[in-house]
Design a protein around this ligand. Structure first.
Ligand code: AMP
Ligand code: TRP
Length: 332
């Protein structure tokens, strides 16, 4: 890794099937960071263990995400694409950092509350609770300047900032304090069947999965829940269904919501939905072809091996700096 650019870092957990929400809120934006920043984009496989997961599913999802990264336009010459578990420094820094995070602030994490709400105490693994500390370690290890994520991850990045600032306050300037970068449009894509809920890969109803075939994608969009007003008008409160479709259209066409509204001012819902379906398919079908192409042969293994080596070069330096700061003896 020869460039001197600042780091942009993000990751996706290999759980469930990736959705259009992941594409719009995360994947699609990563390559745009390649010019100004050096992106470190990884597969958060250790995070995938925080809820029960079938081993075969974990392995397959891991390969899928690697192929999705490449299909979205990430170039291994410009970005470091890697697997979290191949760089042991993540776990080691998390072990250190957890001593600086408080029970109270961890208990307030919305994602933890959401995911543990329907589980009893014997079902909630400790990893689900400490998840944000590992995420903070992921970010801090690479002197990360920006973290491109969807809105649901904002709180975790804020916690990371708090931890970095707390640590720096005690030990001097050890860590770079990261900033979150959330897409202007598409930060939160909602379910097509219930627009009051986030489109989420652990809830198959109303999701468009990135591996859905064209017929399924069209069918899901055409039967998306819409509203009473029968006018393509943006209003998240009163017209959440149509507003969500407008957000999808705007994000994939790079138009603003106002431009989408003007473009479809005289269209009925049926016509508009067909246009949304055309647009989604025109993006996802070629994307799926590229995805399939990258899964052939051992290209992904090569990319991940190269990525882990690059990542470790940076991560090991940060970890040494941390150990030095807190007084962990390091043999020469
Ligand atoms: P996850 O699926 O939780 O591993 O999320 C991976 C990335 O996708 C994160 O940056 C999320 O913020 C983003 N993401 C997940 N679901 C959505 C959604 N419905 N809308 C926008 N972004 C999302
Ligand atoms: N927690 C993120 C999610 O569920 C995935 C993730 C893990 C991540 N570590 C990260 C995202 C570091 C950005 C930066 O979506």
């Amino acid at each position: 890794m020869q460039d001197n650019k600042q780091t942009a870092l993000s990751g996706i957990k290999p759980t469930g099937r990736l959705t259009l929400g992941n594409y719009i809120g995360a994947l699609k934006n990563f390559p745009s960071f390649q010019e100004q920043y050096h992106p470190f984009i990884f597969i958060a496989d250790l995070h995938a263990l925080t809820l029960p997961i079938d081993p075969e599913e974990l392995r397959q999802n891991t390969l899928d995400i690697a192929a999705f990264y490449l299909a979205s336009g990430l170039d291994p010459e410009k970005s470091t694409i890697f697997l979290q578990s191949m760089v042991h420094e993540h776990s080691e820094l998390a072990t250190i950092l957890q001593n600086y995070a408080y029970m109270g602030e961890m208990s307030r994490m919305t994602q933890f509350k959401d995911k543990s709400r329907n589980l009893n105490e014997k079902q909630i693994g400790l990893g689900l609770f400490t998840y944000p500390v590992l995420m903070a370690a992921d970010i801090i290890l690479y002197d990360t300047k920006v973290v491109p994520v969807g809105e649901d991850q904002k709180q975790h990045v804020e916690l990371t900032r708090d931890l970095a600032i707390r640590f720096n306050h005690r030990y001097g300037d050890v860590f770079v304090v990261p900033e979150v970068s959330i897409p202007k449009t598409g930060k939160r894509i909602m379910s097509l069947s219930d627009p009051s809920k986030k489109m989420s890969k652990s809830d198959p109803k109303g999701d468009i999965f990135l591996k859905d075939d064209e017929k399924t994608i069209r069918k899901k969009i055409m039967s998306a829940v819409t509203d009473m007003e029968s006018r393509v008008h943006y209003d998240c409160e009163k017209q959440p269904g149509i507003s969500n479709l407008m957000t999808i259209y705007a994000s994939l066409s790079s138009l603003t919501i106002e431009e989408v509204e003007a473009k479809f001012a005289t269209s009925n819902y049926g016509t508009f939905k067909r246009e949304v379906a055309d647009l989604v398919c025109s993006v996802l079908i070629p994307f799926q072809e590229r995805y399939r192409h990258f899964l052939e042969g051992d290209y992904i293994d090569k990319v991940l091996t190269k990525g882990a080596k690059e990542a470790q070069e940076v991560a090991s330096k940060t970890l040494k700096r941390v150990k030095q700061a807190i007084g962990i003896y390091q043999v020469k």
